[in-house]
Structures are given as structure tokens and as C-alpha cells.
Design a protein around this ligand. Structure first.
Ligand code: HEM
Ligand SMILES: *[C@@H]1O[C@H](CO)[C@@H](O)[C@H](O)[C@H]1NC(C)=O
Ligand SMILES: *[C@@H]1O[C@H](CO)[C@@H](O)[C@H](O)[C@H]1NC(C)=O
Length: 504
């Protein structure tokens, strides 16, 4: 009898706890979907069926009139999903000090190097790290680093003609080889050997870091949802081996340069050191190594994804591919066939096509912001006052559902159509603020946009100058997103093939 009562009591407590937690928002008069026990609204994500960003998109679609929605993440953690561009602007730009941190559960007791990465760093450390990186991306520095990009384009070109030809290839894999070599060269003056050496250090590193694997779901969950799970599995954003690799290889490059008194390298590493020496600051080798790891980690996969999806869209929209190619031909003719930063900048239609690609396939389907200072919520529905004043506490998560906004038919009519003209100069001016979020917005917006676009455009120009790109029969249509990874990844690859455009 006693055991029976105890079981009943426990059950009652569990049910009560669930109901209490999953009514957090409705008790405050804020609307949103009810959470399930444990899973909250993230059931489909936790069973490995749907990428977390797509779940936010589903909820976004169910409340078309709201300016935000009260939701429940894993373990019924209450969070706010932003539903209109005005609220997004409020959180990311106007009230930035109230939301200054990203939500990424990385533990500073387990690892230290990644805290030099502005994407991860918080508070004052973020401000310092970001201010050291931003000067690396001025238009002038972009121009100076362009020779690195151009030389890797030559390698890409010969790899395609010697090793791929008209055979099917996986787009992201090819583009990642290219961006990895560009970043290795532009950042530290090293040869990534991605095209020539299957076992190169850089190739191995990338396997370690970014390939979807059976543990991706657990890692993504530890990073975005459950710090306690991270503690349990000793999760690291940068695996120990990778951190060690960075420390070894960058220290080696730095000491070689010191010995040879060689400081005329036009690369990010040299500029970082020069900037420190100019202000008379101590050159803190650890921070420099940290910045070098940031450049690689943030710099190569996002651009590779952008390039691969652009190739995909060009394949399924041949008339747009033609228009891109005729712009490329025209500009390259004008520049006597020489790929330069100036030439790349003149390709405005290609630019628009890349923005449109990021709109349809953003590498980050959602961005998460931590409330860092109490914030009073405005009305949830236009003109309808909240039942009571709701002040959000520090630590509450605000979700910016990037993909949902990008696919919203109110903001982008016929949203699944690939139409670069949406991003023509004229249309850009008229577009609503914060409706394009491919690089984020506000003080934490991606500082590497210029470089990301420069390398992506140069690589695409190299390919499309000589080849038409087509879908391979192997390519699933429509593309599905891998449900387990942090960044957008195509579930079964983006399979393409080249066809020579004309006799060279
Ligand atoms: C096309 C390529 C790229 C895309 C789509 C992209 C996208 C993004 C996005 C969405 C964010 C988050 C912004 C936010 O939280 O509001 C971000 C942050 C960041 N990106 Fe990029 N990125 C690209 C290329 C690069 C490159 C090439 C670099 C550097 C070499 C870079 C470095 C960073 C850094 C350091 C941050 C953190 C900024 C901060 O929190 O202050 N990105 N990027
Ligand atoms: C944001 O934080 C500041 C400083 O704590 C506070 O004065 C302000 O009212 C907050 N903004 C909102 C909309 O609550
Ligand atoms: C976007 O914001 C800027 C500055 O706040 C403003 O001048 C502009 O009119 C806004 N654009 C639109 C389309 O609302």
C-alpha cells in the first residue's frame, strides 16, 4: 500500500512539474505551443528527424499575427521566438546591450582557445576579440589578400580539368577543398594541399571538425541546448587534438618568421602581429593562435556551403546560370581575362545571386541570443496590451528564426523561387530592415562577409567561366537538410557535374 502511494505521489509530482513548466508562458498571458514533457517543442529534433531551425520555422508559421511566440526548448526551457522583423531589429540592433551574448554552451574550464573567437566569447572579452579581428577585413586588406585567392583558383581550375572532368562530384566537398586552401593561404601563408594530398593535415582537421557523424546530434544538443549534457560527455567546440594542432602549427610559423626576420607576408597572421606591434602591445602568442583558429573555423565552411548551394541553384535554374555567365564573360573580357578583386566587385548580378542563395539556404538556420539585461516585452499582438507587465529575466533565450524569416511569403513573395533580382540595388533599398539575416545583424554581425563573398565569387567565376554546371542523376530533389548538424548541411550531398562550355 505504501509503495503504491509512493509511486502515485511520484507520478503526481512528475505530472505537476511538467504542467507547471509547460505553462510558464500562458501563466503570464503569452501565447505559444504547449510543450511535451522533457522534449518541450523540440521532439522532432531530439529524435533526429528535423533540424532545429526547421522546428522554429514550423512554430513561426503557426502564429502569423504575433510579433513573438512563447516556446519551450529541450527540458521545457522557456524561450521567446521572434516573429516579426521589428522585434528582430529590437533584439539584434536597438536593444543590443540587453542581448549581447550568443547562446553557445562552451565551457571555459574545459577549453580556452575558442574563447578568442568572437562568436563564442562573451562580454568584455567579446568586445576586445572582435575589435582585433575587424581591421583584418577592410576593403584594402581584402585587396591585399586577393592574390592568395587567385592562386588557389588556379589549383581549383586544374583539379577540375584533371581530376573531375565531366564526372559527378559532391559540391560541398569540392568547394570545401577550395575554401580550406584559400583560408590556409590567406590566413597563415600555408599550403592546405586539399587538392593534392588526401591525407594532408588540413583535410584531416576538417574531418575531425565538421563532417556529420553519429554523435552530431549529441554534440549539437550539448552546444545549443543542454550544458549539463556537455559536462557529462566532456564536450568541446574544438576537440583537444585540433586545438593542439593549431598551437603547434601556428607557433611554428611564427617562430620561423621571427628567425628569418620575414615580415612581408600579406596574410592575416602578419597583419595581426603588425597591429599589436604598432600599438606597442605585447604580442600574446596564445591570442594570435586563437584568432588564427577563428579565421579557419568561421571562414571556410560557411563559404563552402554558400558556393555549393549556389551551384545547385544555378543547375536547377539554367537561365539564371546563363545570365551569371554572361556577366562573368563581360567583366573578364574587360579585365583581359585576369581575375582581380576589382573584377569580382564589378560582378553585381553574381553578388545578388549569392545573397539570394543565402536567403534560400542560410548556413545558420537560426541564431540564439541570451538576454543579458532584463527586458520588458512589448505587446505580443499589435495594439493588444499584455495582461500584465512581463519583464524577461537574464539568461532567457531569444530565438531569431533566420530560415523562417527568409521563407516568409509576406517578406519574399513566392519564397521558394530562386530570383536574384530580389537583391538588385533598387530592390535592396526597399526591403524591410532585418528581413535578410544570412550574416546576422547589429553589433555581432558577421565581420568576415567581404572575405566570404570574395572567395566564394572567385571560386564560382573560375568554374563558370569554363563550365556549365548541371545536377547529377544522383542528386536528390528537393534537397533535404541534415537533421543533426549545427550548420546547414545537405543530408545526402549536392551531386553535380560539369559540362565544358566551349573549346578553350
Ligand atoms: C559566406 C560566408 C559567411 C556566412 C554566411 C557567415 C555567416 C555568419 C553568421 C550568420 C554569423 C552570426 C551573426 C550573428 O550572431 O548575428 C557570423 C558570425 C561570425 N563570422 Fe561569419 N559568415 C561567413 C563568412 C565568414 C568568414 C570568411 C569569416 C572570417 C574569416 C567569418 C567570421 C565570423 C566571426 C568571427 C563571427 C562572430 C562575430 C561576433 O559574434 O561578433 N565569417 N557569420
Ligand atoms: C535594457 O536594459 C537597460 C539597462 O538595464 C534598461 O534600462 C532597459 O529598460 C532595457 N530595455 C527594455 C526594453 O527593457
Ligand atoms: C531601415 O532603417 C533605416 C534606419 O533606421 C531607415 O532609414 C529606413 O527607412 C528603413 N528601411 C525600411 C524599408 O523600413
Amino acid at each position: 500500500m505504501l509503495t503504491f502511494l509512493m509511486i502515485l505521489g511520484t507520478l503526481f509530482l512528475i505530472v505537476f512539474n511538467w504542467i507547471w513548466n509547460s505553462t510558464y508562458w500562458s501563466r503570464q498571458g503569452i501565447k505559444g505551443p504547449m510543450g511535451m514533457p522533457i522534449f518541450g517543442n523540440m521532439f522532432q529534433y531530439l529524435i533526429g528527424r528535423r533540424q532545429y531551425g526547421l522546428i522554429y520555422e514550423d512554430i513561426y508559421k503557426s502564429y502569423p499575427k504575433a510579433s513573438y511566440i512563447g516556446i519551450y526548448r529541450v527540458m521545457n526551457e522557456p524561450a521567446i521566438l521572434l516573429r516579426n522583423t521589428e522585434m528582430i531589429k529590437e533584439i539584434m540592433v536597438k536593444s543590443f546591450p540587453n542581448f549581447s551574448d550568443n547562446v553557445l554552451y562552451v565551457n571555459d574550464k574545459r577549453e580556452d582557445l575558442v574563447f578568442c573567437n568572437p562568436f563564442i566569447a562573451k562580454g568584455e572579452k567579446w568586445r576586445v576579440m572582435r575589435s582585433e579581428l575587424v581591421p583584418m577585413f577592410t576593403p584594402n586588406k581584402m585587396k591585399l589578400s586577393f592574390p592568395h585567392i587567385a592562386s588557389i583558383c588556379k589549383k581549383l581550375d586544374s583539379f577540375i580539368s584533371n581530376d573531375i572532368g565531366e564526372m559527378p562530384f559532391e559540391g560541398k566537398d569540392l568547394c570545401a577543398k577550395y575554401t580550406l586552401d584559400v583560408v590556409a593561404s590567406a590566413a597563415y601563408g600555408l599550403d592546405g594541399e586539399s587538392f593534392t594530398n588526401k591525407g594532408s593535415d588540413f583535410t584531416k582537421l576538417v574531418k575531425e571538425l565538421f563532417m556529420p557523424n553519429p554523435l552530431s546530434l549529441v554534440h549539437t544538443t550539448a552546444l545549443l541546448f543542454l550544458p549539463k549534457l556537455g559536462d557529462l560527455i566532456q564536450y568541446r567546440y574544438l576537440p583537444e587534438k585540433v586545438q593542439q594542432w593549431f598551437v603547434t602549427i601556428i607557433s611554428k610559423v611564427m617562430s620561423r618568421r621571427r628567425e628569418l626576420k620575414d615580415n612581408n607576408n600579406g596574410d592575416f597572421l602578419q597583419w595581426l602581429i603588425d597591429a599589436k606591434q604598432k600599438t606597442g602591445e605585447l604580442v600574446d602568442e596564445f591570442t594570435i593562435i586563437g584568432h588564427c583558429s577563428t579565421l579557419l573555423i568561421e571562414g571556410f565552411e560557411t563559404s563552402a556551403s554558400l558556393m555549393a548551394y549556389a551551384l545547385y541553384e544555378f543547375s536547377v535554374n539554367p537561365h539564371i546560370q546563363k545570365r551569371v555567365q554572361s556577366e562573368i564573360d563581360e567583366v573578364m573580357n574587360k579585365h583581359h581575362g585576369k581575375l582581380s578583386y576589382e573584377a569580382i566587385l564589378e560582378m553585381t548580378y553574381l553578388d545578388a545571386a549569392l545573397y539570394e542563395t543565402l536567403r534560400l539556404h542560410p548556413p545558420m538556420l537560426a541564431l540564439l541570443k541570451h538576454c543579458t539585461k532584463p527586458f520588458e516585452l512589448p505587446p505580443q499582438f499589435n495594439g493588444v496590451k499584455l495582461r500584465e507587465k512581463v519583464v524577461i529575466e537574464e539568461g532567457t533565450i531569444f530565438v531569431v528564426p533566420v530560415q523562417a524569416v527568409h521563407h516568409d511569403p509576406v517578406l519574399f513573395p513566392d519564397p521558394h523561387k530562386f530570383d536574384p533580382d530580389r537583391f538588385s540595388e533598387e530592390n535592396k533599398r526597399q526591403r524591410e530592415n532585418c528581413s535578410f539575416l544570412g550574416f546576422g545583424e547589429g553589433p555581432r554581425m558577421c565581420p568576415g562577409m567581404r572575405f566570404g563573398f570574395a572567395q566564394s565569387k572567385a571560386g564560382l567565376v573560375t568554374m563558370l567561366m569554363k563550365y556549365n554546371v548541371q545536377l547529377s542523376e544522383k542528386c536528390p530533389k528537393p534537397l533535404e537538410i541534415s537533421p543533426t548538424t549545427f550548420l546547414t548541411t545537405s543530408r545526402s550531398g549536392i551531386w553535380l557535374c560539369f559540362k565544358a562550355r566551349r573549346l578553350q
